[in-house]
Design a binder for this molecule. Structure first.
Ligand code: VG1
Ligand code: CO
Length: 544
């Protein structure tokens, strides 16, 4: 066999962030850059000799090139088999499902999620462990450490492999099996949800929906499940064809970037239900007719209604949310008498809780919800969850959410992002906040008094590992909160995220505009953090 050992020198910027290593394509294209990271990953692992690795990505520009390199390196490093998504495509949740179904050693997912793609766009690489979930921090830290001392990498000298078709080929001593992940994923969804009830809903002629795949990975999955298996009319799925540049768009399912769907849902003749997913298929946005469901509310509604759906009829073991996610789900957990865990941002922190059977559902404010069926957030799963719920409750989306608020109260919630600001002043803003905790404790802002402020630290209840500096929170006596974090997924400068939340139990006050309801907190955030001064911006670049 023809295994080359190629000399290299370390790059100093290969530290994985919230979700893997994300960089500009131009960075990944530097000679040895991808190879160094992949070898550092392999060097940090033990016991993969002869084992199975799942490989695939969201189809963005550079996906195919990267896959050829990864296959040859996996072969040269001694993996026994690669399960490759056909054409190199795998949604993030489908990759997680595949790892679990085949009890693979792990998987490499190529994606920068919703970040724009193309030669000048972003690329990313992420390792998932044998439970199907994103590698925990001790693994990503080990990869980073290896990337700092790498001297060479191993590559099989072989021609490029065809990524289409089906079946098995050989790459050196390693087998490469091309799999159709759409069918396996669809079958998993059939086990969780009442497809007959959803079919009947579409057949009734009284219900319509639009799913925007945003020219990203979910198109083929959504078409197969919604249009073929559930009988939704053709063209229920729009922008269904995955494109290398996502059609020049920004496949982030929120009110700002999913504008085609949003304007459709605001129309007089809007469908009853609208949904969208992101670049790699793990995010979701849920819309009713002229009605937006915040991701935090979506998680809470799901938790409150899960017992109505076949896959969750036995109830929930517990729930979890990331710290900045609104506390709406906490109230549901309390009513159900189950535990609600609060984790740092990023799906990797849910893995242990799911594996230990402590939680069944979990979610993040950033349009991510998921359950114990895989170890990633899952966009299409969330959409099917809602569809099943609509079929069972036979009420519009808005009615379901409003009834939820009446019962549990409403958590007004918003996130303000200041994207691509200069890194140094953004860091300074965070440091100044940290330095000002003592002065803030107990301070009165109008009718609001600070109960406590801290930098969130998490102790994993399963393995005891500690993750500190996970976001600054200012919590008021009435439960209102402001959270400040710097993004760990960006590729240019820094992105400041300001998360705002207040609770309104009174149903007569459930119709306020969200930004108005949060106006006092928005003012306090500016006051304590001097956002304008530090970012040079007079307003957030994205409000969700
Ligand atoms: C963001 C979100 C976080 C999410 C992460 C990955 O991270 O805030 O909740 O888990 O993206 O999602 P950050 O560090 O930029 O705030 V995805 O769909 O981009 O894989
Ligand atoms: Co994503």
């Amino acid at each position: 066999m023809n295994i080359l050992t190629i000399s290299t020198t370390p790059f100093d910027d290969q530290k994985p962030g919230t979700s893997g290593l994300r960089k500009k394509v131009t960075v990944f294209r530097q000679p040895h850059y991808l190879e160094n990271f992949v070898q550092a990953l392999f060097n940090s692992l033990d016991g993969y000799e002869g084992a199975t690795l799942v490989v695939g990505g969201d189809g963005r520009y550079y996906n195919r090139t990267a896959i050829q390199t990864i296959l040859k390196m996996a072969a040269a490093n001694g993996f026994g088999r690669v399960l490759l998504g056909r054409d190199g495509l795998l949604s993030t949740p489908a990759a997680s499902a595949l790892i679990r179904q085949h009890q693979a050693f792990g998987g490499i997912i190529l994606s920068a999620s919703h970040n724009p793609a193309g030669p000048d766009g972003d690329f990313g690489i992420k390792f998932n462990t044998g439970n199907g979930g994103p590698a925990p921090e001790n693994v990503t830290e080990a990869i980073y450490a290896h990337s700092r001392e790498i001297r060479d990498y191993r590559l099989l000298k072989a021609p490029d492999l065809g990524l289409g078709g089906a079946g098995e080929t050989q790459l050196g001593a390693m087998a490469v099996e091309i799999v159709d992940s759409v069918v396996a994923y669809a079958e998993l969804m059939e086990q969780l949800f009442d497809f007959d009830a959803i079919k009947a809903l579409f057949k009734s002629g009284l219900f319509s929906m639009c799913f925007d795949a945003m020219h990203a990975i979910t198109g083929p999955y959504a078409r197969e499940i919604l249009e073929h298996r559930l009988g939704a009319p053709v063209r229920t799925v729009i922008n269904a064809e995955p494109l290398e540049d996502f059609g020049g768009g920004h496949p982030d399912p929120n009110l700002v970037h999913a504008h085609e769907l949003v304007s459709l849902m605001e129309d007089r003749n809007a469908p009853d239900f609208g949904a969208a997913s992101d670049g790699d298929g793990d995010r979701n946005m849920i819309l009713g007719r002229r009605f937006f469901v915040t991701p935090s509310d979506s998680l809470a509604v799901m938790a409150a209604n899960a017992h109505l759906l076949p896959g969750y009829r036995l109830g929930l073991a517990g729930v979890a949310r990331s710290m900045p996610t609104s506390m709406a789900v906490d109230r549901v957990a309390e009513a159900l008498g189950i535990e609600c865990y609060e984790t740092p941002t990023g799906w990797k922190f849910f893995g242990n809780l799911l594996d230990a059977g402590k939680i069944t559902l979990c979610g993040e404010e950033s349009f991510g919800t998921g359950s114990d069926h895989v170890r990633e957030k899952d966009g299409l799963w969330a959409v099917l969850f809602w569809l099943n719920l609509l079929a069972v409750r036979k009420q519009p989306v808005e009615r379901i959410v409003r009834e939820h608020w009446v019962r549990y109260g409403r958590n007004y919630y918003s996130r303000h992002d200041y994207e691509g600001v200069d890194a140094a002043p953004a860091q300074e803003l965070m440091e100044r906040l940290r330095g000002g905790f003592d002065a803030l404790q107990g301070r009165q802002f109008g009718s609001l008094q600070v109960k406590f402020c801290d930098d969130f630290s998490y102790t994993d209840p399963v393995d005891g590992s500690v993750s500190s500096r996970q976001g600054i929170r200012i919590v008021f006596q009435d439960g209102s909160r402001i959270v400040f974090r710097l993004s760990g997924t960006g590729t240019v400068g820094a992105t400041l995220r300001v998360y705002l939340e207040c609770y309104e139990p009174d149903r007569r006050r459930h119709d306020l505009d969200t930004q108005e309801a949060l106006a006092t907190l928005i003012g306090i955030a500016e006051d304590v953090a001097q956002i304008r001064k530090h970012t040079g911006r007079s307003a957030p670049s994205v409000i969700t």
